[in-house]
Design a protein around this ligand. Structure first.
Ligand code: ATP
Ligand code: MG
Length: 360
């Protein structure tokens, strides 16, 4: 059986380890920031004394921001290292946007900016409302600033010396995402589009299949398929999308399993973590079967309540991370026969989980 190393010790790696464990695979996780190793789904961090990159057949990632350390360089030299081209291109917003432009995939217009730039010409080219985004290291809405020409600022919010991009603020109707996988043989499969709702820049809940998304399903698959093929990518990839007047725009791409795909743990015959492993192993891929509707609610900044586990109709995942008010600490999956039923149950559980904080 394959031995797989995941770079990163967060919840995505944890769920990859859980998915692999059922298939008898060894999946360990590397805490790249602190230099420790977590075996399987255990939360205990061990020192790297016994660690050797050559112990692993496949090395994959759960996050795009990989520090450039001696350890990472050793791992890069390992034949099992996957996704170098995708990581190089997608982990930097300027390179990612340039790729989308090169492939003629619709995305918001953009300009490279830094803290030293005057924003007036940026507003003149992109419009009154623009979003500044750090090229590297942002997540959950961090490292991004909404700016308006009506409220000019004396000083750029960007940290000095950091590369960033500016985009027009898109007045989207809804946010969707498409997840798919490609294996080395070039076979691609996709899940139905997911609708995502963000609160304060952080994904709060997802619904799949996204209501009324059939007309754009193929368009989304073609976009993501094109990106995966262009990068010779192996594994699961996600594209976050805006839909505006029936047209899709790619917001950003993640070369990994993705929060908006967690519903697949209860809503699909094969979940995104299993699909990632199969694609990495170059197994033949068949499209996952999705019946009915599925929803996912992120548990952001909540204290764990054991009573949640008594609800037999939800599937609770708790990551065991330390508390921060804006941190994703777990999620809940649920399924339903119809969108109407899903909406009712999603609303019920959102209120139950968040209490008065749900009504904003
Ligand atoms: P995450 O880690 O949650 O995926 P992120 O911090 O990497 O997010 P983005 O996905 O680019 O950054 O932006 C976060 C959210 O901010 C988007 O999901 C969307 O709601 C909003 N947003 C981003 N770009 C724009 C834009 N150009 N116009 C309007 N809203 C935007
Ligand atoms: Mg995003």
């Amino acid at each position: 059986m394959q031995r797989i190393l995941v770079l990163g010790s967060g919840q995505l790696g944890l769920m990859l380890a859980e998915a692999g464990a059922r298939w008898g695979m060894t999946i360990d996780r590397l805490d790249i920031d602190n230099g420790g190793i977590l075996y399987g789904s255990s939360g205990k961090v061990h020192s790297l004394d016994q660690f050797s990159p050559t112990d692993y057949d496949i090395i994959t990632i759960e996050r795009e921001h990989i520090p450039d350390t001696a350890l990472v360089n050793d791992l890069r030299a390992n034949p099992g290292w996957h996704g170098e081209q995708a990581l190089y291109t997608l982990a930097h917003r300027r390179r990612q946007k340039a790729l989308l432009d090169r492939l003629s995939i619709p995305t918001a217009a953009w300009l490279p900016v830094t803290a030293a730039d005057d924003l007036s010409p940026v507003h003149a080219r992109l419009g009154k409302d623009v979003v500044l985004k750090l090229a590297e290291g942002g997540y959950d809405g961090r490292g991004q600033w909404f700016m308006s020409a009506n409220r000019p600022v004396a000083e750029s919010p960007l940290p000095a010396g950091k590369a960033a991009i500016a985009e027009p603020r898109i007045d989207f109707d809804r946010e969707l995402s498409v997840l798919g996988a490609r294996n080395r043989a070039g076979q691609c499969v996709f899940y139905p589009l997911t609708e995502n709702v963000h609160i304060e820049g952080i994904l709060r809940y997802s619904i799949a299949p996204a209501p009324d998304s059939e007309p754009v399903q193929q368009v989304a698959e073609d976009m993501l398929g094109h990106i995966m093929q262009a990068l010779g990518y192996e594994g699961v990839m996600a594209a976050e999308l805006f839909i505006e007047g029936g047209k899709l725009l790619v917001n950003e791409i993640a070369p990994r399993v993705h929060n908006s795909g967690h519903w697949t743990q209860t809503g699909a015959s094969l979940n995104q973590f299993q699909l990632h492993l199969l694609a990495l192993m170059n197994s033949p891929l068949t499209p996952p079967v999705v019946e009915g509707c599925a929803g996912m609610i992120n548990l952001v900044g909540l204290e764990f309540k054991p009573a949640w586990l008594a609800n037999a109709d939800i599937d609770v995942h708790w990551y065991g991370k330390s508390y921060r008010p804006d941190r994703k600490l777990g999620h809940v999956n649920l399924s339903a026969a119809s969108h109407a039923e899903l909406h009712t149950r999603l609303q019920h559980y959102h209120e139950l989980l968040y209490g008065s904080a749900a009504r904003q």
